[in-house]
Design a protein around this ligand. Structure first.
Ligand SMILES: [Fe+2]
Ligand SMILES: [Fe+2]
Length: 336
């Protein structure tokens, strides 16, 4: 059944058709599934009175419990009329939402509820950091990522849920959290029982691997089509820019440096910025590079459909394996 629905009444899980011509909105496709908070907000920001919802293609998510609701990010809470308004003193520029720390420390939530609360609040944190990458915010975010890392290392069930609930929109903050989570799980699997690795600094590097994108022109970053050669060259400054940002904030560990500078290097020498080959790329760079490609393939962009996890892993194995360390890729496949 098709129903007219006002923008404010839209929910994640609704399959919508935009009523007007594609010239009047920001999307290249005019029908799609709202599968993330970010996409929901993007639709709600359009100058449209309503959209058409196909109820048969929609699968609304279960209403969260009162308990889990309390831990959802403020950004989601303000859009939900059932919630209290955000407290007076809440400041949208606070780098780390209190609700993230509450979610991490909660003893009451189930593994799934906890994963959802940590994930949504991590998105809020990364969004804030990318909007305002000050030294203070970088340090506060690194401390929160360190707590998320402890949680991922100690709670296997929650960590597995985190992998399952990732959303696949095209925002850098979503990508950063997704790559942060999956790279950390891969590092956990590879380095289990070894004291030789500082997983907290690795976690920071994985979550912050694309911080330098704040220095890339947003029009190029969000261009809904393939980039030209000149635009590619511009995007390729982001590893170095991320390195500089962390260095000037006095927050650059060796782990972060390796991850940020090497996450686009491929072992066949076709990556950037230095076209490193094989063992010239550190294992930390290799881990993040695999998680990065996987998240890019599974993300939905306005000009391309998202691949399924299975489809992305198959493509990486069959068409891109020369880019990756086969053993590390094999461990990554085991996560899914
Ligand atoms: Fe990147
Ligand atoms: Fe990335």
């Amino acid at each position: 059944m098709k129903e007219k629905v006002k923008l404010n009444d839209l929910k994640i899980g609704m399959h919508i058709t935009l009523p007007s011509s594609w010239l009047s909105h920001n999307f290249l496709k005019s029908n799609f599934l709202i599968d993330s908070t970010a996409l929901l907000k993007e639709v709600q920001s359009q100058k449209l009175s309503h959209v058409i919802v196909d109820t048969e293609k929609s699968s609304l998510q279960e209403e969260p419990t009162a308990e889990s609701l309390a831990y959802l990010s403020h950004n989601d809470a303000v859009n939900d009329p059932k919630n209290e308004p955000p407290p007076e003193e809440w400041n949208s520029h606070d780098a780390v939402p209190d609700t993230l720390i509450e979610a991490i420390e909660s003893k009451k939530l189930s593994a799934e509820e906890k994963a959802k609360a940590v994930y949504l609040n991590s998105l809020t944190m990364m969004k804030g950091l990318l909007e305002k990458p000050t030294a203070e915010n970088i340090h506060a975010s690194k401390a929160a990522i360190s707590s998320i890392t402890d949680l991922i290392l100690s709670d296997d069930k929650m960590a597995e849920s985190l992998l399952r609930i990732t959303s696949h929109d095209f925002y850098t903050y979503t990508h950063s959290v997704n790559v942060g989570v999956s790279s950390l799980l891969l590092a956990k699997a590879l380095f289990k029982g070894s004291d030789a690795h500082d997983l907290h600094e690795l976690g920071a590097g994985f979550f912050l691997h694309d911080l330098g994108k704040v220095k890339v022109n947003p029009e190029v970053l969000n261009k809904p089509a393939r980039l030209t050669e000149a635009e590619m060259r511009h995007v390729r400054i982001h590893p170095y820019q991320g390195y500089k940002l962390l260095e000037s904030a006095n927050a650059l560990s060796e782990e972060c440096r390796l991850i940020i500078m090497q996450h686009h290097e491929f072992i066949d020498g076709t990556g950037y910025p230095r076209s490193l080959k094989g063992e010239e790329i550190h294992v930390y760079g290799k881990i993040c590079g695999i998680a990065d490609v996987f998240d890019a393939l599974t993300a939905e962009r306005s000009y391309k459909k998202a691949m399924t996890n299975f489809g992305a892993l198959t493509l990486m194995k069959e068409k891109m394996i020369s880019h990756f360390d086969k053993k590390i890729f094999g461990s990554f496949v085991q996560l899914y």
